[in-house]
Design a protein around this ligand. Structure first.
Ligand SMILES: [Zn+2]
Length: 169
């Protein structure tokens, strides 16, 4: 049982365990938006309904950085090979260093893109123009976004996705 936490502007910021959600609620840092029906924990003097969505009274700090990971690179690139522009599943995608590692290229948001295996093989140790290939867009560090930073699990309520504006992959 998890709780989606929105900030004061209704921007989704994190997903927490119901235990953490109860603490946010009882310490006056958040208010209930929706609750799980029929889900109650036994209190000493009363039953508490578990929160499904909470809203914080404070605003989300936007300087939070997106953690660099393979999965998050795929998210940034919308699961699309940056060379052939074809959308792929995670298992078909690889990470390509625009400036190859063998030539001093770093593993960073600015030098790493999603590529399908055939494109990655074709590019090899070359720069895109040397391999006659063109990048779909310049790779940059993405801004914090729920799509990248909040990982939904199978059991999470479907209604949460309306706060994310998720695109089907
Ligand atoms: Zn490709």
């Amino acid at each position: 049982m998890r709780t989606l936490v929105l900030d004061s502007t209704y921007f989704p910021v994190r997903i927490v365990s119901w235990q953490k959600a109860m603490i946010l609620l009882f310490t006056g840092r958040a208010e209930m938006v929706t609750q799980y029906k029929e889900r109650k924990i036994m209190g000493v003097t009363e039953n508490f309904t578990l929160p499904k969505i909470l809203r914080l009274f404070s605003r989300h700090k936007s300087e939070k950085k997106v953690r660099f990971s393979r999965h998050n690179v795929f998210w940034r690139d919308a699961f699309t090979c940056q060379y052939c522009h074809v959308k792929h599943s995670t298992s078909q995608l690889t990470i390509d260093h625009v400036l190859p590692q063998s030539r001093g290229g770093k593993t960073s948001w600015e030098n790493v893109v999603s590529a399908c295996s055939p494109c990655n093989t074709r590019k090899g140790n070359k720069l895109p123009h040397e391999a006659n290939m063109k990048l779909l867009k310049r790779p940059v560090q993405p801004k914090w976004s729920p799509q990248i930073c909040l990982r939904l699990k199978r059991d999470d309520p479907e209604e949460w996705s309306q706060w994310f504006h998720l695109k089907a992959v």
